[in-house]
Design a protein around this ligand. Structure first.
Ligand SMILES: Cc1cc2nc3c(=O)[nH]c(=O)nc-3n(C[C@H](O)[C@H](O)[C@H](O)COP(=O)(O)O)c2cc1C
Length: 393
């Protein structure tokens, strides 16, 4: 694929990773892109790089626009290796290029790479570099999602090079939101948000306010993954909604089972809940955790079911609970359920996680061995109650 001129003299020189399906444990069912951008001005500037293995592809793309040894600035918006993995290679070619990053960015880059002879320019929010006709302004994005993150704003174009913020994991030949469909792009951005940014909702709200206070306006947002937003207002609106945990009248049921008793209870709860709310049901080992968390992001009620194994939760459910706990969903109602043989223990563990997450916790539903008809009717009624509570605003 050729470099793509996204604005006059601003080129996409990233790569498309059609094959990756596991991004540090996050299932990416349609691959990914690593977006790097080249700005041709008096000072030639490369914004971010790509994963190490794609360096030759990126350099070929850059060569179709300019001689890469002429690059003056390499902006490193984020230390993580999917963006910094080609820095060493770039510095070997663009020997005099200055690396521009935050203080924490410099620290992180020098932990990952031998940066002994690299020249750095450390920037903070509001700092500017004039590269010719264009002015680059920097915006620290601390903990969105690492301490070093920043974004680069091209003032004259009102272009935000946002790095991971507003990104989506989807490999596509299309480079713009309208080309894959704005709703489709939002769908992929939601999966990304739910699995990477969900814990940082409060910081996102503050950042959106700060952007407003600085009076920054965007004609285009170009993230480091996925398609470029020509409709920035849509994705900003979505981020504001997700950061606020605005919930739908939806019940998400997540379970696992050894001998199907917990599955029977899950289905009875689903039938009951469906009379009052939208229901989504997932099996922990069969469904992608990234999809489950995306549905949880805006669900009012979450029911988690597990059989008891060795006095505690079934290990696959424990893995899911650890993943969910780290992502810190908020403003939810929680119901624990499951089957046990003698001592029980699984629902207690699930409730412990609900309490840590400050969910509104319902009385757990526990059944010894296989549920009887009466117990399934009880599970149905609990489902109705859960659905009712999920549909209350
Ligand atoms: C390896 C194993 C360990 C178990 N450990 C416990 C236990 O410590 N306490 C308990 O109450 N039940 C225990 N059980 C019984 C199960 O919880 C019980 O069979 C339950 O009905 C299984 O639910 P399921 O059909 O949804 O898998 C154990 C079962 C297995 C297979």
């Amino acid at each position: 694929m050729k470099p793509m001129e996204i604005l006059e003299n601003v080129y996409w020189v990233g790569v498309i990773d059609w094959d990756e399906r596991d991004f540090h444990g996050f299932e990416i069912v349609r691959g990914a892109t690593y977006n790097a951008y080249l700005i041709i001005d008096k000072k030639i500037t490369l914004v971010d790089t790509v994963k190490h293995k794609f360096f030759p592809e990126m350099i070929e793309r850059i060569k179709q626009v300019i001689d890469p040894s002429q690059i003056d600035y390499i902006i490193s918006n984020h230390v993580e290796m999917d963006h910094s993995g080609s820095l060493v290679g770039m510095k070997k070619i663009a020997k005099d290029a200055t690396i521009v990053c935050t203080q924490k960015g410099k620290y992180g880059l020098c932990k990952y790479f031998d940066c002994g002879d690299w020249e750095f320019r450390v920037v903070r929010t509001g700092d500017e570099i004039k590269i010719g006709k264009r002015t680059l302004m920097f915006l620290e994005m601390r903990m969105l999602h690492w301490p070093d993150n920043m974004a680069t704003y091209v003032k004259e174009d009102k272009l935000l090079l946002s790095n991971d913020a507003f990104g989506q994991h989807i490999a596509s030949v299309e480079r713009f939101d309208e080309e894959i469909g704005v709703d489709e792009a939002i769908k992929w951005a939601k999966i990304y948000y739910a699995n990477i940014l969900m814990p940082f909702g409060n910081l996102i709200k503050k950042k959106l306010k700060e952007i407003g206070d600085l009076g920054l306006q965007f004609n285009m947002i170009a993230p480091s993954h996925g398609v470029i937003w020509r409709n920035p207002e849509k994705i900003i609106e979505s981020y504001a909604k997700w950061a606020n945990f605005e919930n739908e009248n939806k019940v998400v049921i997540v379970y696992d089972t050894m001998w199907k008793s917990t599955a029977k209870i899950a289905k009875a709860i689903a039938d009951g809940a469906a009379t009052k709310a939208k229901v989504r049901m997932f099996h922990v080992r069969r469904d992608a955790l990234s999809e489950i968390m995306t549905e949880i992001l805006d669900a009012k009620a979450i029911a988690i079911g597990s059989p008891t194994m060795h006095n505690t939760v079934f290990p696959p459910v424990a893995g899911f609970l650890a993943y969910m706990k780290g992502l810190k969903p908020k403003n939810k109602i929680g119901l624990a359920f499951g089957s046990y043989g003698w001592s029980g223990g699984a629902t207690k563990e699930i409730n412990r996680v609900f309490e840590e997450l400050r969910f509104e916790v319902m009385e757990p539903l526990e059944v010894m061995y296989k549920p009887t008809r009466e117990e399934l009717e009880m599970a149905y009624d609990v489902g109705v109650e859960l659905g009712k509570r999920a549909s209350k605003t």
